[in-house]
Design a protein around this ligand. Structure first.
Ligand code: B4P
Length: 194
């Protein structure tokens, strides 16, 4: 089993690259952003609360996303691996994830950190907003999200660095080139583990 965290600021290409990685490796894709947007689309009480927070660039409470990930892990007992996209976003989420995976006698193999500059991030999110229909894809919310990311989410990479599980990949350049860099890191790590 191989479990990967694709890590990076909002708009760094986590969702874009995740779609390609799951096709190549056959893992289960767990995107907390997608799970929350599904709740919003269904207009559940959780979705209504999450939309308000997301539109303002805030994180959804830890217990909500941890509960969603716990259910998704339980729903896929035969998975050959999980790709965590947009999760964990706080150290509390990382600690909870480690506990959930330990309980399943597995753990995180690798965290890949995609690096993209702030202005490029805002540009991408504003561009995406022209077609996405996402009410968080605008310059003001993007800047707030980047601020929250720097404060609350970057410590997650430090947390996994302590266990020697972090590699860094440039997230600017062509989508194909970035995908190539990601697969080299994954294949190298998988070979070492074999
Ligand atoms: P997410 O849905 O996780 O989304 P994201 O950060 O917007 O984007 P991602 O990095 O996946 O970028 P993408 O590939 O789309 O989060 C949404 C919100 O949900 C959060 O703000 C938060 O409120 C909430 N949430 C989610 N998870 C949570 C958690 N664990 N805890 C608490 N709250 C949580 O790429 C962006 C754009 O760039 C696209 O248009 C793409 O086409 C383009 N692009 C990609 N790669 C490119 C490249 N190489 N060059 C040029 N453009 C590129």
């Amino acid at each position: 089993m191989f479990n990967l965290i694709l890590f990076g600021p909002p708009g760094s290409g986590k969702g874009t690259q995740s779609n390609r990685l799951i096709e190549k490796y056959g893992w289960i894709h767990l995107s907390t952003g997608d799970l929350l947007r599904a709740e919003i689309a269904k207009q559940t009480p959780l979705g209504i609360e999450a939309k308000h927070l997301m539109d303002h660039g805030h994180l959804v409470p830890d217990e909500v996303v941890i509960g969603m990930i716990g259910s998704a892990l339980d729903a896929n007992p035969q998975a050959k691996g999980f790709l965590f996209d947009g999760f964990p976003r706080t150290v509390a989420q990382a600690e909870a994830l480690d506990k959930l995976l330990t309980f399943k006698k597995t753990g995180i193999n690798l965290l890949i950190f995609l690096h993209v500059g702030d202005e490029e991030l805002v540009h991408r999110l504003v561009e995406r907003g022209k077609n996405s229909g996402r009410s968080d894809d605008n310059a003001e919310t993007a800047r707030k999200r980047i601020e929250v990311y720097k404060r609350d989410t970057t410590p997650v990479a430090d947390y996994y660095s302590r266990f020697g599980k972090v590699v860094h990949v440039p997230g600017e350049g062509s989508i194909d080139d970035i995908f190539g860099a990601l697969t080299r890191e994954i294949d190298g790590k998988a070979e070492k583990a074999a």
